[in-house]
Design a protein around this ligand. Structure first.
Ligand code: SF4
Length: 519
């Protein structure tokens, strides 16, 4: 036997052994080939439940109700947690980004719980569908749906259907066929209204909670509002009416905004900054416990960013020597009409958001000007670079500093995320040297090491707290009043002591802005 024969014999023995072990462990040793199970037909609708998850709890709950309102059976899945992460790691490919493990594992956890609760596997496969967002990339987001299908197969749910909204280029069904899920104007309107209603509810909650006089009163009111909106949308009622009733509920929350608190913006990778559970170490809750006011990024920003990207790409494509025939190409299309459509879309989203915001009592909230964000970022991070939040994260940080939006910016980047890590660790380091006044902290979320992360946040928060205090003192000095006088004035002001009215923006902190408003 020559050397080559010996080598191939060893290789064969190793391959046999690997296969034997994989079989014993119930793993599939052969190359995975994706099978797209998307057959959802209209006649299956009455017995098929759409599972929804992936955003904040308010978004998931209200969007699920909106789906029920337009005739689907729908149920939300809980926020991804450590158990989900473990399932994700067990059944997912190696080297995925953290949100993949959390979200994929969360679905497997839910289905496993159904199975352990006594539901036969085939019944789960036949009667449930997971509805999620998807994209063609360029980051790992493009492979999410494949990850879901692989993990489902390996966990014993082969054939389980995953349908996705195509993130880029509008909302499309994965197969392109007209199936049980009708993505039409009624569907889109119901979803957009639900998402925007959840946005304003969340934003108002984050404004009130840090200043509530009775601990827990905001959360109680929010729970009541979520249930109310759920009920309204489920009955296909008007979100405006629901939001108006929420305003009455939230109006009962007593606040004391005379205390200077650091405002901390949470930005970064979309899922990691949005989730409210183990996926980002309950960051929002932790910041509030540490005495901060959290400035979250509403989903509306993301919708506006996608519209902006489309506008930008269309304008660039118009410069080509001939129209290209790619999926988003302009061949056979009227680019001017498309640009008008996108501009109208942008205006409509903004108008709807502000209408909802004013109805619930969220005053003075400004959605970012996407052209301004792009212009701020362009010298540092190209506007044509895609993946993650693109240039938006960079533009936001500069905007926060230049326009005194906050005292501190926290960027959440998941372990294994290339776009976000490149931005947070690379580009943003450069931004902070050009804008040294920025208090910026990038944190990496891996699912473990919670204590370390919290401790790093606490250290940086110390600086932010100091800055908020200094800013407040400066406001008092400029107004030539002392703190006690300010408190008396605030208490006596019907306009400013309530939970809704926001003083005009001059500096980041609400207490300091109130000093200016009351001087
Ligand atoms: S942006 Fe990063 S974390 Fe998010 S899907 Fe893409 S690679 Fe994963």
């Amino acid at each position: 036997m020559n050397e080559n024969d010996v080598q191939s014999q060893i290789d064969q023995e190793l391959a046999d052994f690997a296969q034997e072990q994989a079989k014993e462990l119930g793993l599939h040793a052969e190359q995975y080939t994706e099978q797209s199970h998307t057959d959802f037909t209209a006649d299956q609708r009455p017995h098929t439940t759409l599972l929804v998850s992936g955003l904040t709890l308010a978004h998931d709950q209200i969007a699920t109700a909106a789906l029920r309102g337009i005739g689907y059976r729908a149920r939300m899945i809980d926020c991804p947690d450590q158990e989900g992460l473990q399932f994700g790691k067990e059944f997912g490919n190696r080297g995925q980004c953290n949100p993949t493990y959390f979200t994929v594992g969360n679905l497997v956890t839910h289905l496993t719980q159904l199975r352990e609760g006594g539901m036969p596997t085939q019944q789960i496969i036949d009667n449930y569908i997971f509805l999620t967002a998807g994209a063609c990339g360029p980051c790992r987001f493009g492979t999410y749906v494949t990850e879901y299908r692989k993990a489902l197969r390996d966990s014993g749910f082969d054939g389980f259907r995953v349908l996705l909204f195509q993130q880029q280029g509008g909302v499309k069904q994965a197969t392109g066929q007209e199936l049980g899920l009708k993505i039409n104007a009624e569907f889109s309107l119901a979803i957009v209204r639900a998402l925007l209603a959840a946005d304003v509810l969340n934003l108002l909650g984050y404004r009130l909670r840090p200043y509530e006089v009775v601990e827990g009163s905001t959360n109680l009111a929010l729970e009541e509002c979520k249930a109310l909106l759920e009920n309204t949308l489920e009955r296909k009622g008007s979100p405006m009416r629901g939001l108006l009733r929420c305003r009455r509920i939230l109006g009962r929350v007593k606040v004391d905004r005379s205390i200077p608190k650091p405002v901390v913006s949470v930005i970064g990778e979309f899922w990691a900054m949005t989730t409210e559970g183990d996926g980002n170490y309950h960051l929002q809750r932790f910041l509030e416990q540490e005495g901060a006011e959290v400035d979250i990024q509403p989903l509306t920003n993301w919708i506006l960013f996608m519209l902006w990207e489309n506008q930008h790409d269309t304008a660039e494509r118009m410069q080509l020597r001939r129209d290209d025939e790619a999926r988003k190409g302009l061949e056979g299309k009227d680019p001017t009409k498309k640009l008008w459509g996108l501009a109208i879309g942008d205006k409509a989203i903004r108008a709807l958001f502000q209408t909802y915001a004013h109805t619930i009592g969220l005053y003075g909230y400004e959605l970012p000007d996407m052209d301004q964000i792009a212009a701020l970022a362009k010298d540092t991070y190209g506007n044509d670079v895609r993946g993650g939040e693109g240039h938006m994260e960079v533009g936001k940080l500069i905007h926060f500093v230049e326009d005194k939006v906050n005292h501190m910016t926290l960027s959440v980047k998941p372990f294994g995320c290339m776009p976000s890590s490149g931005v947070s660790d690379g580009v943003q380091s450069y931004v902070t040297t050009r804008w040294p006044e920025a208090i910026f902290l990038p944190i990496e979320t891996t699912g473990d090491g919670e204590v370390n992360i919290h401790s790093r946040v606490q250290m940086m928060l110390f600086k932010a707290r100091q800055r908020a205090r200094e800013e407040f003192q400066q406001a008092l000095d400029e107004a030539t009043i002392d703190e006690a006088t300010f408190k008396v004035r605030l208490k006596g002001s019907r306009r400013w002591r309530g939970p809704f009215q926001r003083p005009p923006h001059k500096v980041a902190g609400v207490a300091a802005n109130l000093v200016y408003a009351l001087r």
